[in-house]
Design a protein around this ligand. Sequence first.
Ligand code: GDP
Ligand code: MG
Length: 221
Amino acid sequence: MSKVSVLIPVFNERDSVGELLNRVSAVPLEMEVIVVDDHSTDGTAEVLAGLDIDDVVVVTHPENRGKGAAVRTALGVATGDVVVIQDADLEYSPSDLPAMIEPIEQGRTKVVYGFRDLSDQEWIRRLGNQFLTLATNFLYGSRLKDMETCYKMVDIELMRSLDLQADRFDIEVEITAKLLKSRQEIMQVPVSYYPRLERKLIPWIDGPHSLWGLIKYRFFK
Ligand SMILES: Nc1nc2c(ncn2[C@@H]2O[C@H](COP(=O)(O)OP(=O)(O)O)[C@@H](O)[C@H]2O)c(=O)[nH]1
Ligand SMILES: [Mg+2]
């Protein structure tokens, strides 16, 4: 049985992080949970300090560095066999993790993406997500259903070998592009998705940035 390191980048998630950690702890897997508080300013640190949940490692960044940097920090201290990224809001459901690890346990793949049904998502974000997935498939010859999902579960050695550099939301593109370029098979499992209205990702800034990343990794890196 593989041990899963759940990497949780957190920035200003006072209202959801406690409940999220409860949900993660309830998952029946061998796990370690690593929270990286990216210099939150909304009281998230106090919530984390007051939690009474076993086996949660909390690392704090002295300044805000972005989701990608937080994932790298978490990866640096992880000790599991596989890692998965878990956003700190309640949009994804940790109860989907056992289904995601199954193909890895069976030795069928080293990478599993959880793909979302985006039909409840705000139309502009849904279009953006669908466009970026389409662009990925066009540029890399892949058949992904949801490139921007946070639920990327990857063998830890493989994830470390990607030598990740992206600091912000471009981490999703970097992971995907590097996996596809190294011809890793990505298996896909459906996961539930409950979109929230408040987001930190800004479509007209992060969208073009992600598209540029797809082109950059495909042709220049
Ligand atoms: N470490 C870190 N995490 C961030 C930052 N901004 C957002 N996040 C986290 O990244 C995850 C995704 O952010 P979210 O606003 O839900 O974006 P979306 O769901 O992809 O539109 C959440 O867990 C956030 O707390 C940041 O500056 N630093
Ligand atoms: Mg979110």
